[in-house]
Design a protein around this ligand. Structure first.
Ligand code: SIN
Length: 288
């Protein structure tokens, strides 16, 4: 059996895991993958050959599967969501920075995305590290953020008259009557690593609790620009056989929409998380 290798992908963003096949992970290898997931929050795998059944098996070894309410499921596999763009479509799913399911009261722990049909060029996915970005804020701003909560929603995306209903993805998405909101601390303590993570995202966070829309926008825009800096982000170029497993509690991602005229199909499984806890004041802060 080959040895598992975990190598940082960039300064602050993710790790590449090699020397394993996710379809046949030993208990020891699974343990190493779990540890890497806690440490990096974003794992890239190449040259996998995961059937839908094996995708589900790997997901179930990492947690329990939660259904996406809006995406079309893969035929015969209700736990796998299709992230599909046809060659004649202009809109893609997840084309702006976001975190999966932050609009749920108990948001998703992770997502496992498998490449199924890729454009010859383009269609990369970008990721950001929300622990590193939080750690680099000033102590003053960190303390302010610790006392705040933010409202997350999906109404503006999947609800009646929402963004996707105005696009050429409208027929492919459903669930406009399942939309809802949730309120979460703006800084959470990661349930497994114990690190603090900024928990707001441009896709789903609509306001800071108790603040006006304009006030919320001013602070959120500042935080979004901070996170999107080169030093916290990375870009993954998909190849046939690529799989990415990310932690929604400490990363953002977005799918670049730069391959019009070509199809792209990914299979995504989302894993259930636990209720998020606010980070505490005090010694755990490492602001500048
Ligand atoms: C997603 O937002 O979950 C999809 C990302 C991708 O298609 O690269």
């Amino acid at each position: 059996m080959s040895r598992i290798k975990v190598i940082p992908f960039s300064q602050n963003c993710g790790a590449t895991v090699s020397g394993v096949q996710l379809s046949t992970l030993s208990e020891q290898q699974l343990h190493a993958v779990r540890n890497a997931f806690v440490q990096y929050g974003l794992l890239f795998f190449r040259d996998q050959s995961l059937s839908p059944e094996e995708h589900i098996q790997f997901a179930e070894r990492c947690g329990s599967i939660v259904m996406n309410k809006f995406f079309r499921p893969v035929d015969g596999y209700p736990g796998i969501a299709e992230v599909r763009k046809e060659k004649n479509q202009k809109t893609n799913i997840g084309g702006g920075w976001h975190t999966d399911h932050s609009y749920d009261e108990v948001p998703a722990k992770g997502s496992i995305l498998v490449a199924r049909d890729l454009p010859v060029v383009g269609g990369d996915t970008h990721f950001a590290n929300l622990c590193a970005a939080f750690d680099d804020l000033s102590l003053g701003l960190q303390k302010t953020l610790l006392s705040l909560r933010a409202v997350h929603s999906n109404r503006h995306l999947y609800g009646e008259g929402g963004y996707y209903s105005t696009t050429d993805l409208a027929d492919q998405l459903s669930g406009s009557d399942s939309v809802g909101d949730a309120v979460h601390p703006m800084v959470i303590v990661h349930p497994e690593s114990g690190r603090n993570a900024l928990y707001v995202n441009p896709g789903h966070t609509i306001a800071i609790e108790g603040w006006s829309v304009d006030e919320s926008k001013a602070l959120l825009d500042y935080l979004y620009a901070h996170v999107a800096q080169e030093k916290y982000i990375c870009k993954f170029d998909w190849q046939p056989g690529s799989v990415v497993y990310w932690d929604n509690r400490c990363t953002w991602h977005f799918a670049q929409n730069d391959y019009h005229g070509h199809a792209r199909l990914m299979h995504r499984i989302t894993l259930a998380g636990s209720r998020l806890s606010a980070a505490g004041h005090g010694d755990s802060l490492s602001g500048i």
